[in-house]
Design a protein around this ligand. Structure first.
Ligand code: 5GP
Ligand code: ZN
Length: 116
């Protein structure tokens, strides 16, 4: 379930602290340590999955749950109407730095256009 050399698994286990904003049986959400916007939350499954490429049919409900959590968090953080962005980086060209699937919830300012 968890991977001993994985930063986000350590955050799930609590051996590395995080500033949590949401937690349930399957998911954890916490503030990014190096925020790229006034609101920058990471939403992760507690189950270790390397990246989007390793998501299986049976994991798809987790991905739906992450979207559900993002909608709830956006409302709680007061950015549902002003707008937000939910981003997953997958693989080297995306800049994925942590090999435990995660979604960035970014908001609180006018976000720049997405570029290649
Ligand atoms: P990626 O580039 O893999 O999509 O995003 C990884 C994110 O994890 C980055 O935005 C980075 O700031 C964040 N991050 C890296 N290490 C830590 C940490 O120890 N704690 C928290 N809260 N965020 C982290
Ligand atoms: Zn992990």
């Amino acid at each position: 379930m968890t991977q001993s050399d994985c930063l986000f698994c350590k955050i799930v286990e609590g051996s590395i602290p995080s500033n949590k904003v949401y937690e349930d049986e399957q998911l954890l959400a916490f503030h990014d340590i190096s925020p790229a916007a006034p609101v920058h939350v990471l939403i992760i499954p507690k189950k270790h999955i390397d990246s989007m490429n390793e998501v299986t049919e049976e994991d798809l409900s987790l991905i739906a749950d992450i979207h559900r959590a993002a909608i709830k968090l956006a409302a709680e953080l007061g950015v549902a109407d002003s707008g937000y962005r939910l981003i997953n980086n997958c693989g080297p060209d995306s800049g994925q730095a942590v090999q435990h699937i995660h979604y960035h919830l970014l908001a609180g300012t006018k976000l720049g256009a997405l570029t290649g």
